[in-house]
Design a binder for this molecule. Structure first.
Ligand SMILES: O=P(O)(O)OC[C@@]1(O)O[C@H](CO)[C@@H](O)[C@@H]1O
Length: 388
């Protein structure tokens, strides 16, 4: 059946007064910069650069490309074509946020070849604290008490782990309220995997720690049950959106599992460790995972790499924004129509933490709209959507 692409909806931008994206820039980012400065003893030069980043990005300053020494200067010049010289406020939300995180790394000296701070993850203290904390202890302990059919529990843990996003927590009010699914294609997800057992499943990770842990446990389930013969776990090539998982974070999470006191967690960690060593679980990355663009614009090499997977599971809010393009679609627009560009069957596991949304039934939408203005962004709702 041909899938019709709906006409373009307005791009989500950061300049609308009272909007969620504007609050991210005006409220979340100042808190984030303050926390980064509290967590690591950056010197005066880096502190000044971070303050300037905040001023420019919230004060509508001009978008200026990276200096020629930056390793990704040419890449970013192309990604920002048409935006350079324009004010920050005119940039799409997706683009502007990604650029903000790239400039944050620039300000801290993450890419400077001559500096002592090269390669130091500015968010590492937050990620390490979370990974060592009681919430992760509880997740590890829960693995010893999984029911005989663990599928619903595993999927739910991977889904709700996405609430643990540290950037979201910077301004979240009541993240512990009972959550609600706005679309639930769980049965289709398992059916898609059962149709082609033993194939390669792509898992595009989102956050480290409390989210990556259940993602890894899900990967172990797919491998041990034969639903997948190979899992490719895609992480970020560099620190991004505070808690996004890099290779270092994936290794730390694996180590945490493997050294857990409970037998089930430790055994899972051991199996995943061996799967990584023997290549049935591969850790992969690509610069495009930190690009400010939708997945429809993915380069040919990444498209080729993802192709052939029986299913690609995209975790989290940012991956969802990139999958659908960050636009104000009518929320009843079919998910399949907006994701037809993706090179493989695709599943989204996401808690709702930003405005973009599709694939919601009209009656569900009508109900949600009576619950107040911020249900799309408050992290209390989630979705499982599948385009087989
Ligand atoms: O991808 P994630 O970790 O689920 O969410 C990323 C996120 O917290 O960052 C943006 C605001 O900074 C929001 O779009 C979104 O809620």
């Amino acid at each position: 059946m041909p899938v019709l692409t709906p006409p373009d909806a307005p791009v989500i931008r950061i300049d609308a007064p009272g909007s969620f994206p504007r609050a991210v820039f005006r409220e979340r980012h100042p808190v984030l910069i303050r926390r980064v400065l509290d967590a690591l003893p950056y010197g005066p030069q880096q502190r000044a650069a971070l303050a300037e980043l905040l001023d420019r990005s919230t004060g509508g300053g001009p978008l200026e490309p990276l200096g020629p020494d930056a390793p990704d200067a040419a890449q970013w010049r192309a990604w920002g074509e048409g935006l350079w010289g324009r004010p920050w406020d005119e940039a799409p939300f997706l683009w502007a946020e990604s650029w903000f995180y790239r400039l944050l790394l620039e300000a801290t000296g993450y890419f400077r070849p001559d500096g002592a701070w090269r390669g130091v993850d500015p968010f590492a203290p937050f990620k390490a604290a979370e990974l060592a904390g009681p919430a992760v202890d509880a997740e590890l302990a829960a693995l010893d008490a999984l029911p005989p059919d663990p599928r619903p529990a595993l999927l739910s843990a991977a889904l709700w782990g996405n609430r643990a996003d540290l950037s979201f927590q910077l301004t979240a009010q009541d993240g512990d309220r009972a959550p609600d699914l706005v679309a639930d294609d769980s049965a289709r997800l398992w059916a898609a995997l059962e149709r082609t057992p033993g194939g390669r499943v792509g898992l595009v990770a989102d956050n480290a720690g409390r989210e990556l842990l259940p993602d890894l446990v899900l990967a172990d389930h797919l491998l041990t049950t034969g639903l997948a013969g190979h899992v490719a776990l895609y992480v970020k090539p560099q620190p991004y959106f505070v808690s996004d998982a890099t290779t270092a974070d994936a290794l730390a999470t694996l180590a945490r599992l493997r050294t857990a006191p409970g037998p089930a967690a430790a055994a899972t960690g051991e199996r995943l460790w061996r799967a990584t060593a023997d290549g049935t679980l591969t850790l992969r990355t690509h610069p495009f995972f930190c690009a400010p663009l939708p997945y429809a614009a993915m380069p040919a090499d990444l498209r080729a790499e993802l192709s052939g997977a029986t299913l690609t599971i995209l975790k989290g809010d940012l991956n969802y924004r990139r999958l659908l393009d960050d636009r104000h679609w009518p929320a009843t627009t079919p998910f399949a129509a907006l994701t037809a560009h993706f090179p493989t069957p695709v599943a989204a596991l996401r808690t709702l933490k930003s405005d973009v949304l599709a694939g919601v039934a009209p009656d569900t939408l009508a109900r949600l709209d009576t619950t107040g203005p911020d249900w799309r962004t408050n992290g209390r709702h989630a979705l499982v959507q599948v385009r087989p």
